[in-house]
Structure formats: C-alpha cells, structure tokens
Design a protein around this ligand. Structure first.
Ligand code: UGA
Length: 441
C-alpha cells in the first residue's frame, strides 16, 4: 500500500519505518527540513533501539522516503497517518491540537482523489470529529477524506516491537460501514494474519480517542498509587519493594508499573493526565478526574523527597557537596529528557548549592541543551570521581551493574541513593556503602 506519515518524531518516524517493514511503500513528512534530511540519509534523529537499522534498510531499499512537501505526499499516498505532537498548552495544561489540525487543513485541499486520514496522535476527545469537518471543507468538490482514529500505545525504548507486535489495535470510525476500517485492516494485515494475532477493537471516534488517554491515566495512577504507599512505608519503616512484590502476585493487580521511586516523566504521561483533566473540565465532567490532580502531585512530590533524602544522607545539607547523578533520561533505553525526574532532581540539588555532576549513556546531548548550567561527565566513573554521594536517577542497566568497589575507589564518600529501587543494595552495603532509597524505611 502507499502510505504517508505526517510528523517524524518518536511516534511518526517509528510508524513510518514499521509500515515499510510490513511491506508498504511509505513517505514520511515533516515541516522540519533538518530532521527530514537526517532521516532521508538513514540517520535517526533520536535514540530508539532497533530503529536505525530498520531505517537504513528501508531507505536503501527505496520503500521509505522523506519529504517536507505535502503535495508530494498527497499525490503519492491513499492512506495518510498523522503522528504530529500535541504539546501541553499554557496556561490551562490542555493539549494543543494546532499541529494536528494544520496537517488536515494543509493536506485536504491537495488530495487528488479520495483518501483515508488516520489519526495516531494523542488528542482530546472530540478532535477527530473536528478534523473530519476540516477535511470535509478542505477537499476538492466531489472528493472524500474519511477520518479514522487509531491510537498508538508504543513505549519509548520498545517502540519498534510495540508497533510491529502490539497488544491491541484500536480503530475508531464514525460509521459502521467504514471504508477506513477496511483499509486500515489491510495495512495491518501482516500483523493481523499472524497465528496469534492481537485483538482489534473497532469503536466510535470518541471512544478510540479516550482509550488512549485512559490507558496513560491508568498507568500514571498505578505508579502514583505505589509511590503514595511508598510515602507511608517511609513513615512506618516498611519496605515498598517487598510490598509491591506481594500485592503484584495477585494477578488482578500485577507487578508491572508498581516500580516505586522517582515516578513518571517523559513526553506522555505527565502531559496526558493534565490534558485529560482539562478536557473533562471543558465537557463539564471535571469532578470525574480530580483524582488525577493527586496522581500528579504524588508524582512531583517524589522528586522533592529525593532531594530531602539526599540532604539527609549528606549530613543535613547538600551545600558544597559533590553529587554524582547517574541518569538524565526520563527512563532507560531512551535519550528523551522531557520532564525527566532525573534532571529535575539534579537541577534542584544544584539550586541548593550542590556541585551536581550528571552522566547518562545516551541523553547527555539533550540534557546539556535543556539544563546547560549543570555539570556533565562522559562516564559513570568520571561523574563519581570525588563525589560525596552517588544518586541513581534512571535505572540504566549500566548503573545497576556498577561495581561498588570500583566506584568506591574514586568517590569521596560511600553514600548511595537509589532513586529507582533498582540497585543491588546488599552488594553495596557489604562493601561499606550507606544505602538510601525511597519507600524503604
Ligand atoms: C507511555 C505509555 O506506557 C505508552 O503505552 C504510550 O504509548 C506512551 O506513553 C505514549 O503516550 O506515547 P513512555 O512515555 O514511553 O510510554 O514510558 P513508560 O514506559 O510508560 O514510562 C513512563 C514513566 O513512568 C517513566 O518515567 C518511568 O520511569 C516511570 N515508571 C514506569 C515508574 O516510575 N514506575 C514504573 O513502575 C513504571
């Protein structure tokens, strides 16, 4: 099939590459000429395991190309995916749908024949219906462009696998006999025809839009639940990690997303819960989601608590202390530093007078750009050299596997702060390290 993907960020670039992998001919479109040049040269503009090799393969085979020219995409493809961003809008924290709308405004008049437009961006409920109106008014007389909603559930770090082997495919359509649904099923046929194919949920546009934000709100709630319990564990002298293991054994609860620690960050969960609350308010259902405000504040409190714990571990103040912060990305296997708890904590420690030295295996360049006033090191050991305390803020495997003896030989103090409850504490304690973690009494 001939497919276009508008927006070549984490979502769009991954989707374009994966559609080529499924056998389609794909054109990726973006307004950012630099990004398009890099992608066209087979160079992924962000770190995502597995993406560079698939990108190079399909650019080389000619199945995947990139352009800034909307008319090229309009003429080429019959199925147009939209994966542009919906950033947080100031000051009401709602999602800004300007870019999604602009794609449809610009694309519709250029369409030379009937087409299907598939929204994948995370949007406030009601956006798809609005886009259908924009498409109706934009297309040339006699033509039709059906808007379908197909939310994306990929996680950074696992984006390729999540796209090629999803848990479910949700298709939102306005009418029961939607041509868009059939076209989309054909596009995903290589996934749907597998022996153990994932379920397909076909529903109306509004439900499809809400499925996505509800899923992210649930994940955020689950993380904040365990982090709230973590606060009680701290007060009571209990251990949240053992507690999470124990409640997670109940398969109605499950252990996933009960990782207590610095909480959630990134470009999705924090923004999506705020946008969900804002949209519920617009719809007159604001009371329904007031609990998400609490989810948000529990999450933000963890970062402050981490700073307090660091001060305590450093003898009451971090002023004049050197702290190695291991991790800058919002989670491992990503170079994304958007709303990163790690950098937020590093920034707060620095404001309190600490000499903060940050290291991350992949996110250093992005971290330097966002927080230019922090100090950075090129390796974990370089960051730890002369440090009074070592704070693990992102659970990269490289940090979990650090040798306490080697780190101890270069650090000034043997103080380990585990912001993700990921470190083998016994190993470190046996070698004379003092170990501090959130929720561990
Ligand atoms: C999230 C969702 O998991 C995806 O399903 C969704 O498609 C995506 O947002 C999106 O909307 O595009 P992502 O932001 O890549 O994916 O990251 P997650 O793996 O969900 O992690 C989010 C944050 O929660 C990270 O900061 C992570 O460290 C934190 N987290 C996760 C915890 O603090 N504890 C846990 O137990 C799990």
């Amino acid at each position: 099939m001939k497919i276009s993907v508008f927006g070549t960020g984490y979502l769009g670039a991954t989707h374009a590459v994966c559609m080529a992998e499924l056998g389609h001919t794909v054109i990726g479109v973006d307004v950012d000429a630099t990004k398009i040049e890099r992608l066209a040269a087979g160079d992924a503009p962000f770190y995502e395991p597995g993406l560079p090799s698939l990108l190079r393969t399909h650019v080389a085979s000619g199945r995947l190309r990139f352009t800034t020219d909307y008319s090229e995409a309009a003429n080429f493809a019959d199925l147009h995916f939209i994966g542009v961003g919906t950033p947080q809008r100031e000051p009401d924290f709602a999602a800004d749908t300007t870019f999604v709308e602009q794609v449809v405004r610009d694309l519709a008049p250029l369409l030379p024949r009937n087409a299907i437009i598939v929204g994948k961006s995370t949007v406030p409920v009601g956006t798809a219906a609005k886009l259908q109106e924009l498409a109706n008014t934009g297309v040339a007389r006699g033509l039709q462009a059906e808007v379908v909603w197909n939310p994306e559930f990929l996680r950074e770090g696992f984006a390729i696998n999540d796209t090629l082997d999803p848990d479910r495919i949700v298709i939102g359509v306005a009418n029961a006999n939607s041509e868009g649904e059939q076209v989309l099923r054909r596009a995903y046929a290589p996934i749907l025809e597998r022996e153990r194919a994932c379920p397909v949920v076909v529903t109306d546009l509004e439900t499809a839009e809400l499925v996505k934000v509800s899923a992210n709100a649930f994940l955020a709630t689950k993380i904040s639940f365990i982090n709230a319990v973590s606060e009680v564990c701290e007060a009571a002298g209990a251990d949240v990690t053992v507690l999470a293991d124990a409640i997670g054994l109940d398969d109605r609860i499950g252990r996933k997303f009960l990782g207590a620690g610095l909480g959630f960050g990134g470009g999705c969960l924090p923004k999506d819960i705020r946008a969900f609350m804002a949209r519920a308010g617009e719809l007159g259902a604001d009371q329904a989601l007031t609990f998400l405000r609490e989810v948000d504040s529990i999450n933000m409190r963890r970062r402050e608590k981490m700073v307090e714990l660091t001060s305590r571990a450093c003898g009451g103040t971090v002023l004049g202390k050197t702290i190695a912060v291991l991790g800058a990305s919002f989670k491992p296997n990503s170079d994304d530093v958007r709303d990163s708890p790690a950098l937020n904590v590093a920034g707060m420690l620095s404001l309190k007078g600490a000499n903060t030295i940050v290291y991350d295996p992949k996110a250093l360049a992005n971290a330097r750009r966002s927080f230019p006033t922090l100090n950075y090191a090129e390796s974990a050991l370089e960051a730890c050299a002369g440090a009074d305390a070592v704070l693990v803020a992102t659970e990269w495997r490289e940090f979990v596997q650090l040798d306490p003896e080697t780190v101890g030989a270069v650090a000034r103090g043997r103080v380990l702060l585990d912001g993700r409850n990921c470190m083998p504490s016994d190993r470190w304690c046996n070698l004379g390290w003092s170990y501090y973690a959130l929720g561990r009494g």
